[in-house]
Design a protein around this ligand. Structure first.
Ligand SMILES: [Zn+2]
Length: 197
C-alpha cells in the first residue's frame, strides 16, 4: 500500500514538526525500547475507516507493516498539514508519558474516543504551542466545520445527538471566543435540548 514515510514527512516538515518527531522517537525508544517511525496513510484504504464520509484523522500503531510504525490514517491524504501531524503524534506522546484518560466500559468505542479527545486536546494544544505550532486556526476551522452539523438543514450528524454534543463541547472549549459564541448561539437555536440542565 502506498504511504508517506517518516523520511518524506521530515523533508517537508517545519521546525516544530521535526521537534515532535524527535520527541516521539526519543520517547518510544526509552519507553518501548524501540522507535516507531511515523507514516501517513490514506483513510480510504483502511477497512475500519473507509465508510467515513467526513474529514477524519487518527493515529494508531500499525503492527502489520515491519518495522511497526505509528500510522496516521487521514482523509486529507496525501496533503496533511504540519499542525495535524503534530496533533496526531501528540495523542501518542501523552500515552507514552502516562497521561491518564477516562475509559468508560458502558460506552462504545466512538464515545470513548471522543471523551479521550476532549481530555487530551487542551494538553496537546499547549504542547504544540511550546514547540512552535499555533493550533488555534486549525481548531477554529474544525469548529466552523462542525457548525454545519448544528444547523437545521445540514447533513445529519452521523453518530447521533449525544455524540454531537461531545464533539461540539471539545470545540467550544478550545476554539476562539468569536467562533465559540457562534456555535453556542446556533446550537441553542436548533438543539435546545443540548442546553437543558
Ligand atoms: Zn485529537
Amino acid at each position: 500500500m502506498a504511504f508517506i514515510s517518516e523520511d518524506s514527512i521530515r523533508e517537508k516538515a517545519d521546525e516544530a514538526t521535526i521537534k515532535f518527531l524527535d520527541l516521539w522517537e526519543e520517547l518510544s525508544n526509552s519507553v518501548l525500547g524501540t522507535s516507531l517511525p511515523v507514516c501517513i496513510k490514506d483513510l480510504k484504504k483502511n477497512p475500519l475507516y473507509k465508510h467515513i464520509t467526513y474529514e477524519f484523522s487518527t493515529a494508531i500503531p500499525d503492527p502489520v507493516e515491519k518495522p511497526v510504525s505509528l500510522a496516521i490514517w487521514t482523509s486529507h491524504y496525501p496533503h496533511l498539514s504540519n499542525v495535524l501531524i503534530t496533533h496526531e503524534i501528540g495523542h501518542w506522546i501523552l500515552v507514552l508519558k502516562g497521561f491518564k484518560t477516562i475509559r468508560e466500559g458502558r460506552l462504545d468505542r466512538v464515545k470513548n474516543a471522543l471523551i479521550r479527545s476532549m481530555i487530551d486536546h487542551p494538553v496537546i494544544y499547549s504542547l504544540q504551542r511550546k514547540y512552535g505550532h499555533d493550533p488555534l486556526e486549525w481548531v477554529d476551522r474544525r469548529a466552523i466545520d462542525s457548525i454545519h452539523y448544528v444547523q437545521k438543514q445540514a447533513v445529519p450528524w452521523p453518530h447521533g445527538i449525544n455524540l454531537m454534543a461531545l464533539y461540539l463541547a471539545d470545540d467550544v472549549f478550545n476554539c476562539s471566543k468569536r467562533v465559540s459564541k457562534r456555535i453556542l448561539r446556533l446550537s441553542r437555536r436548533y438543539h435546545p435540548k443540548l442546553h437543558e440542565k
